[in-house]
Ligand binder design. Structure first.
Ligand SMILES: CC(C)(COP(=O)(O)OP(=O)(O)OC[C@H]1O[C@@H](n2cnc3c(N)ncnc32)[C@H](O)[C@@H]1OP(=O)(O)O)[C@@H](O)C(=O)NCCC(=O)NCCS
Length: 198
């Protein structure tokens, strides 16, 4: 059953369900403190930080601990992406603006170029539209990030304009292509149907 757009106290259905999403090759589950070493190891790469708004560089173990601890109180729904039971990245929804939840993701560099981010993004999109009564998802990709733009377009997102956003790792603002996916477009594309839940 669809939940209403979440209030800050009911943001994360994963907290209560321990839900795991499974795709053809990946498992997506809630990150815990036991994952912080792996998260820090994967995230500590300038090539990732420079394409994501909030990741600092260098990315230390303390950053990962702070990130995981903040999840229970914060406004993000985050899944750890696992391949053969090994963490390879993160995908999540930022609910700071509940009417327009924002999709984000990153993978460790060793795992780029194999379609994993598209697979994880589709599972996250399905989960969000299936669990919450939202009409749109938004996302963004730096103008200098054609791989992410490609993922968003493959998931049905449509370009909606360019905005300047500050990126922590580069310490300045840079142009970001903004994208929007409506529930109706998602419904029409849902034949991708690659994820199951347990
Ligand atoms: C963006 C990112 C998640 C891509 O992960 P990935 O698993 O390699 O992505 P996928 O393989 O699912 O899809 C990437 C697509 O972009 C294409 N692509 C990759 N590099 C490209 C480039 N330089 N120019 C054009 N297209 C490119 C790939 O061919 C692929 O498309 P295809 O499946 O049609 O061939 C990964 O590079 C990353 O973590 N980057 C740093 C963080 C980031 O950019 N996050 C997104 C912003 S929130």
């Amino acid at each position: 059953m669809l939940q209403d757009i979440p209030t800050p106290t009911q943001l994360d259905p994963l907290e209560s369900t321990g839900c795991i999403l499974e795709t053809e090759r990946l498992a997506l589950r809630r990150p815990t403190l036991a994952d912080t070493k792996a998260i820090a190891h994967l995230a500590n790469d300038r090539r990732i930080a420079e394409m994501t708004r909030r990741l600092p560089h260098p990315y230390l173990h303390d950053h990962a601990v702070e990130f995981v601890n903040a999840l229970s109180a914060g406004s993000d729904t985050v899944f750890l992406i696992e391949l053969d039971r090994q963490p390879i990245g993160l995908v999540g929804i930022d609910w700071r603006e509940p009417e327009v939840p924002e999709l984000g993701y990153w993978l460790g560099v060793a795992h780029w170029g194999q379609g994993y981010a598209t697979e994880a993004a589709r599972a996250m999109i399905d989960f969000t539209f299936e669990e919450f009564a939202v009409e749109h998802l938004i996302s963004g990709a730096r103008v200098a990030n054609p791989a992410s733009r490609n993922i968003l377009e493959k998931c049905g997102f449509q370009w909606s304009g360019v905005e300047l956003h500050r990126f922590a790792a580069i310490g300045s603002s840079t142009p970001v292509d903004r994208f929007k996916l409506s529930r109706s477009v998602w419904s029409s594309l849902k034949h991708w149907g690659t994820s199951t839940r347990r």
